[in-house]
Design a protein around this ligand. Structure first.
Ligand code: HEC
Length: 273
C-alpha cells in the first residue's frame, strides 16, 4: 500500500503523515471543544436561549407539545428542559453517553419516551476527548420512560478484559512505524480506534488485548476475511502479507507499552509469526 501521502491542517501550517496526527489529544486544554443546545427562533433569526454542554457530541432533541425539550448528553444524562426558556426541569443519569434523539408515543392511554443510549458512536474511538468521559461508558441499551414508573437502572460501567501477556516483539522500529502508518491510513483506525484505545463495549475489539491464538491467525483474519461474517472486513485487495504483519508489529508494540514492559528484543523480520 502507498504510504507516501502527506496531510496538512486546513491553513497549511502543520503537516503530518496521517490525518490522525491532527486529531490526537493536544496538550493545550483550551482546545477542548464544547457543545451547545440552541433554541433558534426562525422568525426573528436569533437564539431565544442556549445551554453550553461540556462535550460537543450530544443527543438530538425531542420537543413535545407539552413545552418540553428532551435531550440525552455525552456525559450520560437524560434531561428535560422547558422549551420556552431552557430551564432544566428534570435530569436523570442513564450511565451511558447518548447521541440518538428520544422518541415518544402513546400506548393504551400511557405516554412513553424511548431513548437509545450507548457508546457515543465512532467519535469516542476516533477522537476520545470529544466523545464521552469515562464515567459515561456504560452499556448500550434502549430505555423506556413513563410517568409513575420506578425501575432502577443497573449502574455498572463496561470494563475491558484482563490484559493477556503481550507477544514478544518480532519487528524493528522502522517496521513498527510503517505499521502505525498503515493502521491509520487503512481503515483499521475507523473501527479499532485511535492509538488502539477503543472503548470497552464498542463493536470492534481493542487489539492490544488480542490473545496469542488470534495473533497466530492474524493473516487469515486481516487478509483472508476469516471473521468477515462478524464485521471484520478482508483487506486482501489493499494490504500485502508484509503490510499486515507490520500492522501486527505496531499492535504488539502498543500492547507491550500498555503492559508497561518494553524489554523485548526486536529482530529484523516483519514476516515471522
Ligand atoms: C468496519 C470495521 C472494521 C475495520 C475497518 C477493521 N476491523 Fe478488525 N474487527 C472488526 C470487528 C467488528 C471485529 C470483531 C469480529 C468478531 O467479533 O469476531 C474485528 C476483529 C479484528 C481482529 C480479531 C480480534 C479478536 O480478538 O478476535 C483483528 C486481528 C483485527 N480485527 C485487525 C484489524 C486490522 C489490522 C484492520 C485494518 C487493516 C482492521 N481490523 C479493520 C471491525 C473492523
Amino acid at each position: 500500500m502507498d504510504t507516501s501521502a502527506t496531510f496538512y491542517t486546513l491553513d497549511g501550517t502543520e503537516r503530518g503523515d496521517t490525518w490522525a496526527d491532527f486529531y490526537l489529544p493536544k496538550p493545550d486544554a483550551a482546545l477542548q471543544p464544547s457543545g451547545k443546545l440552541i433554541a433558534w427562533d426562525p422568525v426573528v433569526q436569533r437564539a431565544r436561549w442556549s445551554v453550553r454542554m461540556k462535550f460537543p457530541f450530544n443527543g438530538g432533541t425531542l420537543v413535545t407539545a407539552g413545552n418540553l425539550v428532551f435531550q440525552g448528553t455525552a456525559e450520560g444524562y437524560f434531561t428535560a428542559r422547558r422549551a420556552s426558556d431552557g430551564v432544566l426541569l428534570w435530569n436523570r443519569s442513564v450511565i451511558s453517553a447518548t447521541q440518538a434523539p428520544a422518541v415518544t408515543y402513546a400506548y393504551q392511554g400511557k405516554q412513553y419516551v424511548l431513548l437509545p443510549v450507548g457508546a457515543s458512536g465512532a467519535v469516542r474511538d476516533y477522537i476520545p476527548q470529544y466523545g464521552a468521559p469515562p464515567s459515561a461508558q456504560g452499556p448500550s441499551r434502549l430505555l423506556a420512560f413513563a410517568l409513575d414508573c420506578a425501575v432502577s437502572l443497573p449502574s455498572e460501567l463496561l470494563q475491558k478484559p484482563p490484559l493477556p501477556k503481550p507477544p514478544v516483539q518480532f519487528a524493528d522500529e522502522r517496521t513498527i512505524a510503517k505499521g502505525r502508518k498503515l493502521y491509520l491510513q487503512s481503515a483499521c483506525v475507523t473501527c479499532h480506534g485511535i492509538g488502539l484505545n477503543v472503548a470497552a463495549g464498542s463493536s470492534a475489539p481493542d487489539l492490544r488485548y488480542v490473545p496469542a491464538e488470534i495473533h497466530a491467525e492474524w493473516d487469515h483474519i486481516v487478509l483472508d476475511g476469516m471473521l468477515q461474517v462478524a464485521g471484520m472486513p478482508s483487506f486482501k485487495d489493499s494490504l500485502s502479507v508484509a503490510d499486515a504483519q507490520a500492522i501486527r508489529s505496531y499492535v504488539v508494540d502498543e500492547a507491550i507499552k500498555l503492559n508497561g514492559n518494553s524489554t523485548s528484543t526486536p529482530s529484523a523480520s516483519a514476516n515471522t509469526h
